[in-house]
Design a protein around this ligand. Structure first.
Ligand code: CS2
Length: 488
């Protein structure tokens, strides 16, 4: 039997409120495990604490899989939280329903345009936005952006959906919803605002001016390590519930959400759930991107090629764990001070989170989409390191490990899928004759910030690290690098 109503749920796992008594106020684009483990779970706590019409309509943009799991369950799913201290679980009632916009965007546009929708939040991954980061606008050559510019009244992509829904609200005389970007991008609200305003300008300058003047795009820092759900997740939920839950998710116990408090049409009482509101999210975001995500990317590339399937395996691999610590320290040194935050303590907490024995977070999963992740996680730190005359070796190692990964083959020549929106271009770069050629290929792309692309000394260090990675087992390279990091 499948989970469809709270009546099936053991009393101790039910939400502390009656979900049916609360209307929908949030529409969320990108209904993945992360949304269910983070924003939806925290909205659930806010509803339990203070109520309000803040339930969520979840939207899958491309694949109907996530909505197909949740819709038959009336939005209900089990949240399993795991730490070294043990496991806790509860059923989340914050998601009212789930739909897929692919093929027919009309029901989703109608919901976005409805006056009841006061927040549109997003977790769609970096690549789905179609950003031109350098120009702080949209990239009209991005496939979804190009398609939506051609058929703006029936959009499929993020910028098209937001713009068309805002146009309808403007026409109807409704106030705009707040756009809440929850992806791992620096100043994500500012970036998304620039992209939407630019996208709209290409269609209708007056609409673009209205969006620029009236729509709030608060920036956020989101954090919760959430591996993709597996059969084991669903089996655990079935044991807890006594019925099947195809939408169950598992995550760590830790979470953090730092949000700029700019919600003209109101918001749930997220403070009650432990959300931090501040005027300036950017320092938190840089800390999280460079320390957590930057280290994640480094350990994912090096670890995957060293045979470590999960992050916890990396942490049990002593030489690689040494490089994890080096990276955390190097990244921390590039950050401006944040009042009330000790980056040393933050690094220690990250080490414990990475070690979490109960979380099976695949290095292969983190290795995806490197071209979209490396700029803010690794490359952005380099100019700051240079300005402060700090060593850049840790960043050079991370860049080399990524370039090793884009080859698409392990040391034993086993192929794997290079999941990246520009996989073909990266494959062509990786086909270079030697490390110097591969590095030259990357330096010719727009992936790198110009100041970093010009940094000859940095790239000669990357070349020196990459050369042995191309011919020797990654484990040997890691052992030598760890000895060097420890001053041996
Ligand atoms: C990870 C993130 O997959 C990745 O690239 O670095 O998803 C990471 O687990 C989250 O940002 C943690 O909050």
């Amino acid at each position: 039997m499948r989970l469809t109503s709270l009546g099936q749920v053991p009393a101790g796992l039910r939400p502390g409120y009656d979900p049916a008594a609360h209307g929908v106020g949030i529409l969320h684009l990108g209904l993945g495990a992360f949304h269910k483990a983070h924003q939806a779970a925290l909205t659930d706590l806010a509803l339990a604490a203070s109520g309000g019409d803040w339930r969520i309509l979840g939207v899958s943009l491309r694949s109907p899989r996530a909505s197909g799991e949740l819709h038959p369950q009336n939005g209900l799913y089990t949240l399993i939280e795991k730490g070294a201290e043990g496991t806790t679980a509860r059923v989340v009632g914050a998601v009212a329903d789930a739909v897929c916009s692919a093929g027919d965007p009309e029901p989703v546009l109608a919901a976005m345009a409805s006056e009841a929708t006061r927040i549109v939040s997003l977790t769609v991954t970096e690549k789905a936005y179609g950003l031109d980061r350098a120009a702080q606008g949209c990239d009209p050559s991005h496939p979804a952006v190009a398609a939506d510019l051609a058929t703006p009244r029936a959009p499929q992509g993020v910028l098209g959906l937001l713009t068309e829904a805002l146009r309808r609200r403007h026409e109807a005389g409704f106030a705009p919803f707040t756009v809440l970007c929850c992806d791992n991008l620096p100043e994500n609200g500012v970036l998304l605002r620039g992209a939407v305003v630019d996208f709209a300008r290409r269609l209708d300058p007056a609409l673009s001016a209205w969006i620029a003047g009236e729509v709030a795009f608060p920036s956020t820092m989101v954090d919760r390590i959430t591996p993709a759900a597996t059969g084991a997740t669903r089996a655990e939920a079935a044991t807890l519930l006594g019925c099947d839950d195809l939408a169950a998710v598992e995550t760590e116990r830790f979470f953090q959400w730092v949000v700029e408090d700019s919600f003209p049409l109101g918001r749930p009482d997220w403070e009650a759930a432990g959300v931090i509101f501040t005027d300036d999210v950017s320092a938190f975001e840089a800390m999280k991107l460079r320390m957590l995500n930057g280290t994640h990317s480094m350990l994912a590339y090096a670890g995957f090629h060293a045979g470590d399937a999960y992050v916890r395996d990396v942490m049990a691999d002593a030489p690689l764990a040494t490089l994890v610590r080096r990276h955390l320290a190097a990244a921390a040194a590039t950050l401006p001070p944040i009042e009330g935050i000790d980056t040393g303590a933050y690094a220690e907490a990250l080490l414990r989170r990475f070690e979490n024995p109960a979380i099976a977070h695949e290095t292969f999963q983190i290795a995806m989409d490197g071209s979209e992740k490396m700029p803010q996680r690794i490359f952005a730190a380099i100019p700051d390191a240079r300005r402060a005359d700090l060593p850049v070796r840790a960043f050079a190692f991370a860049a080399a490990a990524w370039l090793r990964h884009v080859s698409g083959r392990t040391h034993d020549c086993a192929p794997y899928d290079l999941r990246d929106p520009i996989a073909d271009r990266l494959h062509a770069i990786a086909a270079g004759q030697d490390a110097a050629d591969i590095v030259a290929g990357l330096r010719g792309t727009e992936i790198l910030p110009p100041a970093v692309a010009r940094d000859d000394a940095f790239w000669s260090e990357v070349t020196g690290i990459l050369a042995p990675m191309l011919s020797q087992p990654m484990t040997d390279v890691i052992v030598r690098e760890a000895a060097r990091a420890s001053g041996a």
